[in-house]
Design a protein around this ligand. Structure first.
Ligand SMILES: *Cc1c(COP(=O)(O)O)cnc(C)c1O
Length: 406
């Protein structure tokens, strides 16, 4: 086999997963087709039995899904090798949303009586899945502070029904991190499945498979798509056979498939991942420097500031502290609302990872339904503002923040 000409990360972003279109379109056209046809019964049989590669039905697979999946798998595997020293092979499955991909992950691996171990400050939807959807199925989530490795080890030693370790790092919206290397090693010792939400970091900044994770998950809605044009989620697995077998079965039967248009948008978005991340990160660093020490601000959570409690973990496992930050206004809830209302360019919106700077106020938006005491336990205080730094000219971002803080 010839060595791949795609040796750099951006080359993989642009080209990986693409197959020459039979009619020579530059981009893979949007396959707006629910079903696929066969030349003969014989061919139908070969496709259904897997003897012949091809498409059958768009709830299962489509050329647009396949391109995005292969691209994402190549990026998560970039530069990594498998146990035999050859390039790491991963398999990705695209879903209608991040939540769809998480549903596949949990339902394909957990059954009644099983438990999943996770930590504080998870994405709100993930937390609700743990608290509301899994318990009636007999699956329990144990939530602890997994930055405390001894405590985590204790829990694992005393509870053999824990089947999975689920990590999100950096986590939303406090940018708390957990130690991937130590925790995944612990999961392996206890024979747990390990899965990591890599949405905030992207494979450009962090590769959980390098530490031995079994699964990586992304809400592709965020940085991977990058332009806020489509909802999507992806589950990437190290065990290719398991991905193609039981995991794919759950994906198909949940009806958690993406659609050709969203997959097309995702594929185009990923092509600029590295250049976007460089600019996102550069802008975020400037913003953090500006906010740090600003008289209206009590504290800044940014993984690039040495006073962030997880600065060391982040600098070990991430290439750069990223584009997400949050900060606490001195004036609490009222100051938070006022600040949000005064913004002129940065957008008042939840979500993240788009070209535009998005700013939200968790206490009045994403975490509005979480009781105050519980919120505060997760460090989501009344005056906390979360910011996804966009690609605008940084001077304009700083000026907008400055006038809104005045
Ligand atoms: C958005 C998000 C999700 C959920 O993804 P959807 O695409 O909205 O379903 C999960 N985890 C994190 C960290 C997210 O930001």
């Amino acid at each position: 086999m010839q060595p791949s000409p795609l040796t750099g990360f951006s080359s993989v972003c642009v080209h990986a997963g693409h197959e020459q279109d039979p009619r020579y379109a530059h981009l893979t056209p949007i396959y707006a087709s629910s079903t696929y046809v066969y030349d003969s019964a014989e061919q139908g049989m070969r496709r259904f039995s897997g003897q012949e590669d091809g498409f059958i039905y768009s709830r299962w697979d489509s050329p647009n899904f396949r391109e995005a999946e292969a691209k994402i798998a190549a990026l998560e595997a970039f530069g990594l090798t498998g146990p035999d020293g050859s390039p790491l092979q991963l398999k990705a499955k695209l879903h209608a949303s991040g939540m769809g991909a998480l549903s596949t992950l949990f339902l394909a691996h957990l059954k009644a009586g099983d438990k999943v171990l996770s930590h504080y400050s998870l994405y709100g939807g993930t937390e609700e899945l743990f608290m509301k959807i899994l318990p009636p199925l007999g699956i329990e989530a144990i939530i602890t502070d997994m930055r405390d490795l001894n405590k985590t080890e204790d829990i694992l030693r005393n509870d053999p029904s824990i089947r999975m370790m689920y990590l999100e790092t950096p986590a939303n919206p406090t940018l708390r991190c957990v130690d991937l290397e130590a925790l995944i090693a612990m999961a392996q010792q206890h024979n747990l499945i390990s899965a990591v939400d890599n949405t905030f970091a992207t494979p450009y900044l962090q590769q959980p498979f390098a530490f031995g994770a079994d699964y990586v998950f992304h809400s592709t809605t965020k940085f991977l798509n990058g332009h806020g044009t489509a909802i999507g989620g992806v589950l990437i697995g190290r065990d290719v056979e398991r991905m193609s077998g039981p995991v794919e079965k759950v994906h198909r039967l949940l009806g958690a498939n993406s659609n050709p248009f969203d997959a097309f948008m995702l594929t185009q978005g990923i092509k600029t991942l590295e250049v976007r991340m460089e600019r996102h990160c550069h802008n975020a660093m400037e913003v953090a420097g500006f906010l740090d020490g600003h008289p209206a601000i009590a504290s800044v959570n940014y993984l690039g500031l040495a006073d962030h409690p997880d600065f060391m973990i982040a600098s070990r496992q991430m290439k750069h502290p990223g584009a997400m930050l949050s900060f606490e206004l001195k004036g609490g809830l009222e100051a938070g609302k006022k600040f949000i209302d005064k913004l002129q360019m940065c957008l008042r919106a939840v979500s993240l990872g788009t070209t535009d700077t998005l700013i939200c106020h968790p206490a009045s938006m994403t975490h509005y339904s979480v009781p105050k005491e519980l919120r505060e336990k997760y460090d989501i205080t009344d005056g906390l503002i979360r910011m996804s730094t966009g690609l605008e000219s940084v001077t304009d971002i700083l000026n907008d923040l400055d006038q809104a803080l005045a």
